[in-house]
Design a protein around this ligand. Sequence first.
Ligand SMILES: Cc1ncc(COP(=O)(O)O)c(C=O)c1O
Length: 389
Amino acid sequence: MNEYPSASIASIVSDASASVYQASGPAPRATLSAMEPYVPGRSISDIRGEFGLTRVVKLASNENPLGPSPLALAAVRAMLEDIHRYPDDRASELRRKLAGKLALDESMLIAANGADELITLLSETYLEPGDRIATFAPTFSEYAFGGRLMNAETNRAPLGEDFALRADDLLAAVDARTKLVFVCSPNNPTGTYMPRDELERLLARLPAGCLLVLDAAYSHFADAPDYCDGFDVLRAGARLVVLQTFSKAYGLAGIRAGFAAGPADVIASMLRVKEPFNVNALAQTAASAALDDEAHLAATLRTNAAGRIRLREGLARLGISSVPSQSNFVLADFGDRAASVYRLWMESGVIVRSGAGWGLPGHLRISVGTAEEIDLLLALLDDILRRDA
Ligand SMILES: Cc1ncc(COP(=O)(O)O)c(C=O)c1O
């Protein structure tokens, strides 16, 4: 029998002095008030609704303009019937395949719910309150987020001239309390990278108590001969962790999958903090199939390499300079017109990312789309700049 007929609950709840509920719970951890929430790119449905548009082109989150790998899609469809089962807690098949491709032992690999989770796992694994992380500025915001989450501080080394990532600048931001050093290469949002000799110099000079994390989320798009994705130095015995994602080159941002490669003892420690079923079954299947989809990856890289040139040359013709990019986005300098171009593009259905959040209010970061998307963006820009002149 119900002990508390609903009528009497209603009367108790409406009488605050006799509430059956606690007046207040615990306060959230103090560090939360200092945490800047991640600001994602505006969504297509948002912009469609706000401006009453039928077609919206999103070039704000560095997603794959060709869509997901078709092999991944087919594999996901085929396994839908099995989602009543828990996923493999170690993502064994995915890790086995990665180990073969990268010539690394499986004990050197951990799969995650996107590279974002890997940054959190590293922070939870290594950072005590008062510890420090070191990274460049501007760069991907999640490193500082992970640090803040654990009550650690972030030391930021400014990028050099032309947004260069120089080892000595970063070493100057490392002190006795620094545990994690994050290098994003190619760097988000600049598209510049740390050349191999600088990376090796950094590895050689980091104090023993520091771990280098090379976020190589955009490595597939880099074609400079002196670019280094970290895997060969890891194979040669260097102590670093390489982060990778399936969100960019493989077109799987929505399903969430990434992995880290590092020394076996580092990976073993990270496994101790991860939730058992962090990578869902569909994500494991999709990532694993995408690794076999060489045609999709090749088309993606071809489209990006050609698109990067098309976009930079098109911008230059309109008098807009941009940073040479090794990634799937381009950082362009609009000076004091940046905010109005951002808004007018958006009102016409093209979403890009403002540089303001990185302290670059005169810059916009534009993901490399298809040739057609780039031409649309450039035609709109031509129009905007003429009206503005
Ligand atoms: C440099 C960098 N690292 C990591 C990530 C996160 O990747 P994921 O989608 O795998 O969480 C991003 C996403 O934009 C990124 O730009």
